[in-house]
Design a binder for this molecule. Structure first.
Ligand SMILES: [Zn+2]
Ligand SMILES: [Zn+2]
Length: 217
């Protein structure tokens, strides 16, 4: 087992799609097929991956624009938290509010994920943590053996997720970060939905938002 993480910033909002694969067994999963299906599929071909599933941190439109074409091309299941289904279905309308043209439809989910789920996808293992606040059904995918977490828009390199969109709640986001992200361990690498990766310890010491959180959370 040799973990390889490809970070692809895609679309108008440069949303990170992650392709997580084992370069030996070729097992892989796609987290947040953000946009540009052809770019995602090219990467899958380049690494000769066998993709097991598409996993979604949350269904803000910029994270799922390519969900349908990628799912259709690979013919694999897609899973998400149940609280995100409405946003997933309304992807196109919501994107239009931002003046961004996207396909009419997102993929339909094949199953739902919830806190505590353990996923075994080929040799790849993930634990699901429920991290709402930025979005009502936001989840985080943790790979404990590799000390890596895919945190969506919960927390970023030097900041935390916005809470001014429908269904968001600042107190809930703070609780998620304090209880589910900071408890992972200082040496965990965090792969966010936008911008460069970071670590738990770096965010504890550098993020003004987080300093505020720790003080008042
Ligand atoms: Zn978001
Ligand atoms: Zn986002």
């Amino acid at each position: 087992m040799s973990l390889r993480i490809s970070q692809l910033p895609l679309g108008a909002l440069q949303t990170n799609c992650y392709i997580v694969g084992d370069s030996e067994s070729r097992d892989a999963v796609i987290i947040d097929p953000a946009a540009d299906a052809e770019v995602i599929l090219e990467k899958v071909t380049e690494h000769d991956y066998h993709v097991h599933e598409i996993l979604i941190t949350h269904a803000h439109f910029d994270h799922v624009i390519a969900s349908k074409p990628v799912k259709d091309a690979l013919n694999v299941p897609l899973r998400i938290h149940e609280n995100e289904v409405t946003q997933l279905r309304e992807m196109a309308q919501r994107a239009r509010l931002f003046g961004i043209q996207v396909p009419d439809e997102a993929a339909t989910p094949d199953g739902f994920l919830e806190h505590g789920d353990k996923l075994q996808l080929g040799l790849l293992r993930f634990e699901v943590r429920f991290t709402p606040g930025h979005s009502p059904g936001h989840i985080t995918f943790v790979m404990p053996e590799y000390k890596v977490a895919f945190v969506g828009d919960c927390i970023f390199n030097n900041g935390i997720g916005r809470t001014d969109l429908p269904g968001a709640d600042t107190a809930t986001l703070k609780k998620s970060i304090v209880e589910q992200i900071l408890t992972l361990g200082d040496d965990f690498m965090l792969c966010p939905g936008h911008g460069p990766t970071t670590t738990v310890s770096r965010e504890k010491s550098h993020s003004i938002d987080l300093a505020h959180l720790i003080q008042f959370g």
